[in-house]
Design a protein around this ligand. Structure first.
Ligand code: GLV
Length: 311
């Protein structure tokens, strides 16, 4: 395929321009999302960005490259021109997300919040840690992110179950289940970790019905997409104690609106979608490799998105 004019948008635009200008063999226009004009959109035959900017139409491009791991902003509940190739960034996300999850799990196990409060009141109040070893986690999503999370948790003695569409056995986990058959294992989980992409199948998946199957006092970590979690059902589950803590790196509306009740809940830890960030170097390398492969008409790429599947 011919790729001659690439429009690059988003927070990495100047770094990508610097890294790619001399090597990509195409004209580049690199700019922040808010600076993109109709004319820029019409000029390009390829688009790279974290999300489509207003006025983006997939039929305009031969190739679109998502700078993040997730592609829901491009294709979830939007039409996609079938001839336009969509690729995404795969990289270091698993390790970053594993560290993020472990950070919150260890802080919880070691009772950081309680000791912080006691320090504020100058109170010497010993309390034992609750070791992660022997706890159990259910990780939704058994791709490279889910696998890396599982590896990190298993190294500390957590028993990790992987849930995926097919439920295929995968040695990265202690056991596997398909989504529909996950009910049995949910009742034993101390931790629910969502790493799934947002698709029609995973939208609103973490809802009252699923929470009903949990044991009391389960903790939830959402590093997938906010659209997979029904926030009012989470709040109800926090109220009853079914869920004792929720760590949310993603929410249904980002930035989380100031009036959201989630902000003020002590048991909810909110981070602004930072659990895994695309680095400039890896983004540039992958954009370049993908561009070169497509130019050689190599269409079977490991980072190519299957539009009908949604990721
Ligand atoms: C972050 O959520 C990404 O899609 O990379």
């Amino acid at each position: 395929m011919k790729i001659e004019r690439i429009l690059v948008t988003g927070r990495l635009h100047s770094e990508l321009e610097q890294r790619l200008r001399a090597v990509i063999g195409a004209e580049l226009r690199c700019m922040p999302e808010q600076d993109v004009s109709e004319q820029d959109l019409a000029w390009a035959d390829a688009y790279a960005g974290f999300r489509p900017v207003p006025g983006f139409r997939s039929e305009q491009y031969r190739w679109v490259h998502a700078l993040g791991a997730g592609v829901d902003a491009f294709i979830h509940r939007r039409s996609w021109h079938p001839a336009t190739v969509l690729t995404r960034t795969t990289g270091d996300f698993g390790r970053q997300i594993a560290e993020y999850c472990l950070g919150y799990m260890l802080a919880d196990a070691q009772r950081h919040d309680a000791f912080r409060h006691r320090q504020a009141t100058r109170e010497w109040g010993p309390q034992a840690a609750v070791p992660l070893a022997g706890q159990s986690a259910v990780v939704f999503g058994t791709g490279s992110i889910g696998q890396t999370v599982a590896g990190a948790l298993r190294a500390l003695g957590v028993k990790v179950w992987g849930v995926s569409l097919q439920g295929k056995r995968d040695p990265a986990f202690d056991g596997n289940s398909a989504l529909e058959e996950a009910t049995g294992i949910l009742g034993q989980a101390d931790w629910l970790i969502n790493t799934l992409p947002l698709t029609e199948k995973t939208e609103a998946m973490f809802n009252a019905k699923l929470f009903h199957g949990l044991k009391d006092g389960c903790a939830l970590i959402n590093v997938g997409r906010g659209g997979s979690l029904v926030e009012k059902d989470l709040i109800a589950a926090l109220d009853t104690g079914r869920i004792r803590m929720a760590v949310l790196d993603v929410v249904s509306e980002e930035p989380l609106p100031a009036e959201s009740p989630l902000w003020s809940r002590e048991e909810v830890k909110i981070t602004p979608h930072i659990a895994a960030l695309t680095g400039g170097r890896e983004a540039a390398l992958q954009l370049l490799d993908t561009c070169n492969a497509l130019r050689r008409d190599q269409m079977k790429l490991p980072n190519r998105v299957q539009i009908e599947r949604g990721y």
